[in-house]
Design a protein around this ligand. Sequence first.
Ligand SMILES: [Zn+2]
Length: 193
Amino acid sequence: MTREEQVGERFGRLVVVEEMEMKRRWQRRVLVRCDCGTEKGVRLTSLTSGNTKSCGCLQKELIALRGLVHGHTARKVITSEYAAWRAMLQRCLNARHRAWRNYGGRGITVCDRWRDFKNFLADMGHKPSPDHSLDRIDNNAGYSKENCKWSTSSEQNRNRRMTPTFLENIQRAQRQRAQQVRAMRQQGGGPVA
Ligand SMILES: [Zn+2]
């Protein structure tokens, strides 16, 4: 396999950025970028073997989650908040996520504090109900304690930002209207400016 072929390849949360200099013969090393933003060097074989799937953040999250769901805490509720947190990270940090274009792709970020699920849960608290989901108050600002709340889907729809397609449709209609007006003027009729 040539070196270039591995660049851009994904292993779990890690994407290969570039080949690194070998420290020992037969031990190819690559620089990888994790979905959480961390970059580090790893042995290529640890990726291809499936042993390494993140910079270490995945293990930390799982340990934190295990601590949280331990004991008498409502396991189901926490799983739901954890899912919301994971989905938020994916939308903002994983360029391969289907919704990334509308989040990470247009500069919507997750504050540093919320890269850790424990902090996210501490700031947001539990979902008031299963119908609630994570909502941003200002749709052009990122995910942080100040800009987020749990909302029901009907509350969210009320302040949903205009989608690019919707805006494009309005702009197209305005252009068509302007063309019609010009055409009418050229024919000597229609409204006079
Ligand atoms: Zn990571």
